[in-house]
Ligand binder design. Structure first.
Ligand SMILES: Cc1cc2nc3c(=O)[nH]c(=O)nc-3n(C[C@H](O)[C@H](O)[C@H](O)COP(=O)(O)OP(=O)(O)OC[C@H]3O[C@@H](n4cnc5c(N)ncnc54)[C@H](O)[C@@H]3O)c2cc1C
Ligand code: FES
Length: 265
């Protein structure tokens, strides 16, 4: 069920350095309805500048509270970062589909790049909370540009599962792309039992998808992009699909989570 609320209270704001920001909201109804993979659509300002809402994956949903995590990169995120504790936000959600849940004998590998952390963090937490698979069968691979983005790695590291960090400049964790850590992990496990979940920059997800397709490993990608309406009517968020009658699918309505076999990145 999608809920609309123009009166969602900001209860906490945390700045993570390097323009990173986490906002926690109170809405019992939205929070209770959220599933890993869903996103919320937020009006970034009260004055219609920018006009369109911004889509944000859910980072944590707990009781009456849920949070988002983003980097200030443009107009929408700048306005969102100006929200303070006690302010009210206009939020639509939950929107979009959700991740497939692994079977109890499967192995989950999460591959996050930069601000792709939130949806995978939410999924990993839910799998742990609901004891879907044991912690020792989950691996979180978290790639950042450098140590200046260390904050992004803190929540995945606090999950209590195998968490491996990589950085492009070598200033934190493994020196190199997070996709190399994925290859290393896939070499250690039975590919038939693995499910890979990924979110991050398009180039990273393209490589994750290629690696998984090559090995016949099931993989789901959480896609991002501009999302004017968020409810499937404007066709402003389409992604090309590999086969089937339709050439494109809408990220907001048919996704944001897609099987890697389904989409062309
Ligand atoms: C389903 C979904 C979930 C999303 N979840 C998150 C999330 O959890 N956290 C998050 O930070 N963003 C997330 N996004 C992206 C978010 O909705 C915004 O598009 C993005 O943060 C930029 O918005 P803006 O208005 O600040 O920038 P715009 O004004 O729209 O863009 C300004 C400039 O920034 C560039 N830019 C846009 N996005 C990024 C980016 N991510 N990194 C670097 N440069 C960029 C643009 O190319 C442009 O040049 C999600 C998008 C979707 C569709
Ligand atoms: S944002 Fe309008 S159809 Fe997806």
């Amino acid at each position: 069920m999608t809920l609309f609320s123009n009166d969602v209270e900001v209860v906490e704001k945390t700045l993570g350095g390097n323009d990173l920001c986490k906002l926690t909201f109170r809405s019992e109804k939205i929070s209770a309805a959220l599933e890993p993979g869903n996103f919320v659509h937020i009006k970034a300002s009260r004055d219609y500048d920018p006009l369109f809402r911004r889509a944000m994956s859910v980072h944590v949903s707990e009781g009456a509270f849920f949070s988002i995590l983003f980097r200030t990169v443009g107009k929408g995120t700048t306005r969102l970062s100006e929200l303070e504790r006690g302010d009210r936000a206009d939020i639509v959600g939950p929107l979009g589909n959700k991740f497939a849940i692994p079977a109890s004998d499967e192995i989950a590998v999460f591959v996050a790049g930069g601000t792709g952390v939130p949806p995978l963090h939410f999924l990993a937490r839910r799998l742990l909370e609901n004891r879907v698979i044991p912690a020792d069968r989950m691996t979180y691979l978290c790639g950042v540009t450098g140590a200046f983005d260390r904050w992004l790695t803190e929540d995945p590291q606090a999950l209590g599962i195998d968490c491996r960090i990589s950085s492009d400049d070598g200033s934190i964790g493994y020196h190199g792309f997070v996709t190399n850590l994925l290859i290393e992990r896939l070499n250690q496990v039975d590919s038939k039992r693995v499910r890979v979940y990924s979110c991050g920059p398009e180039a990273m997800m393209r490589e994750v998808s290629r690696i998984c397709l090559e090995r016949n490993v099931r993989c789901q990608l959480s896609l991002e992009g501009d999302m004017p309406c968020g409810i499937g009517t404007c066709l402003g968020c389409v992604v090309e699909v590999r086969d089937g009658a339709e050439k494109f699918r809408r990220i907001c309505k048919d996704g944001p989570v897609f099987d890697s076999t389904e989409v062309v990145l």
